[in-house]
Design a protein around this ligand. Structure first.
Ligand code: FMN
Length: 470
């Protein structure tokens, strides 16, 4: 394949052992061996969705992928949605089977991350907030996936992907992939240009011939509209409470099947002898019969760009070419549009060097500060201090996101040089606050070098910082 029709492998690709920065989301029920093998065989990275699955099924699916492809793939597990004893044996089985990577989701489970990492397995953690990304990193995850609110299925955070991705990129030092509403080459090119090291595709790969979703569900993806998708807690049986899912509307979401939280249990379908309950998190699979339309019809906000059910390789090839074209356009556009004068780009580069340096230094210090606050919050037993750290962390992660955005606008990537502060974890609280005041001075300098809405954003950030410190 000619270079210009492809995407360069990222460090995350090297970590996972794949060629293209395209990852199959570990969708429970839907991402079985046929689909995971198709994605890995194409050169992306497939995760088998094995949440709550019995060991025999995991073993069977892993063996099946290995029969279909010699490329690496992984397994997705959800500690918070799985009985403890089963989770422990699932983790042990993944280790015994020697899978390349395990993707975890929902609450950060330090035991699971530690056990897998200790056994030499690459751990990728999907998160919905910068704080959880920091937690996953501190617990030993090798990479994180930032999941935006546009995602199909269970949705942990509430931020749009574009904002969350900047915050996570600003806060952690490990590779970051992006998930949520990504369905075509333009979507994928956009998040790669933003700094993600891979795009994670759920809905777009559910709408393929190899996915294990039932045809009824696939057809609804083709005919459905993003504006119709909704976040609801109606499908809750089998999951921890207050877990929202993004679905297409049906009789349940329209309230026609009664109150999901007070109605008596009702069987609406069956999968090889297993009953499927109304209001459960099960989505319709090839192996199910019953009232399929009444089950959870998961869909992300990218469905407007899904117009047909196609083989996974065809969808991935289109995305790859579209993303490469998007990145070429973005790269090509930067220089000629900068100025009609031919050496203008060089002059601009020289002129912006001091502000880029100031932003990089501030980001390095803010990032170190985030880590100190995170550690302080995790270690303290004082509830008031914990709450204060939490509030400050929220402002702090936002600050990192803004700095990443400023740097990108100046055509500079955040650099990962450690700051002075990073080496001094466990500094006493008062010393931390004194340092904070020093950082405010850095913000003032940066604000004086920017103009328009960027300068306003700096001023607003200083106000939030001061409010959090008060
Ligand atoms: C049908 C379906 C099932 C899902 N099941 C899981 C799961 O078991 N584990 C998990 O980590 N994420 C699961 N997700 C969420 C995905 O990991 C990912 O965040 C999401 O698919 C990305 O958004 P998109 O669907 O718009 O591409 C699921 C998503 C869908 C659509």
């Amino acid at each position: 394949m000619p270079e210009f029709h492809s995407l360069a492998p990222t460090p995350l690709c090297h970590l996972l052992g794949c060629r293209h920065p395209l990852i199959l989301a570990g969708m429970g029920g839907v991402a079985r061996a046929e689909l995971a093998a198709a994605v890995s065989g194409f050169g992306g990275f497939g995760f088998l969705g094995m949440v709550r699955e019995p060991l025999a099924l995991i073993e069977r699916e892993v063996a099946q992928v290995r029969r279909l492809t010699d490329q690496p793939f992984g397994v997705n597990l959800i500690p918070a949605g799985t009985a403890r004893a089963l989770l422990r044996s699932q983790v042990d089985l993944c280790i015994a089977l020697g899978v390349t990577a395990v993707e975890l989701f929902w609450d950060v489970d330090e035991w699971a991350i530690g056990r897998l990492r200790g056994a030499g397995i690459t751990v990728v953690h999907q998160v919905g907030s910068a704080r959880d990304a920091l937690h996953a990193q501190a617990a030993g995850a090798h990479a994180v996936i930032a999941q935006g609110v546009e995602a199909g299925g269970h949705v942990w955070g509430r931020q749009p992907l574009v904002a969350l991705l900047d915050e996570v990129l600003g806060c952690v030092g490990i590779p970051v992939a992006a998930a949520g509403g990504l369905a075509d080459g333009h979507d994928v090119g956009r998040v790669l240009a933003q700094g993600a090291q891979a795009a994670v595709l759920g809905t777009a790969l559910m709408a393929t011939t190899e996915s294990f979703a039932h045809g009824v569900h696939k057809e609804r993806l083709v005919s459905g509209k993003a504006a119709d998708t909704l976040l609801t807690e109606d499908f809750h049986i089998n999951w921890p409470p207050h877990a929202a899912v993004r679905v297409l509307p049906n009789a349940v979401t329209r309230g026609e099947r009664g109150d999901p939280f007070t109605s008596a249990p009702q069987v609406i379908g069956e999968e090889e002898g297993r009953p499927i309950y109304l209001f459960s998190t099960d989505s319709p699979l090839r192996s199910m019969t019953g009232a399929l339309e009444t089950m959870a019809l998961y869909a992300g906000k990218g469905i407007d760009r899904i117009t047909a059910i196609v083989p996974a390789a065809e969808r991935l090839q289109g995305i790859l070419e579209g993303a490469a074209a998007h990145l070429r356009l973005v790269g090509d556009a930067a220089q000629p549009l900068a100025s009609p004068v031919c050496y203008a780009a060089e002059v601009q580069h020289r002129e912006r060097a001091p502000v880029v340096a100031a932003l990089q230094a501030l980001l390095a210090d803010e990032r170190a500060w985030v880590q100190q606050l995170f550690a302080c919050r995790a270690q303290t037993l004082d509830a008031a201090l914990r709450q204060r750290c939490g509030a400050m962390l929220q402002v702090q992660t936002k600050a990192c996101g803004i700095l990443v955005r400023f740097l990108r606008a100046l055509d500079a990537l955040p650099d990962s040089a450690p700051s002075r502060l990073a080496t001094e974890l466990q500094v006493p609280w008062q010393a931390l606050m004194d340092r904070r005041r020093g950082l405010m001075q850095q913000w003032r300098v940066v604000a004086s070098q920017l103009d328009g809405s960027d300068a306003l954003a700096c001023t607003e950030m200083m106000r939030l910082h001061e409010a959090a410190m008060a």
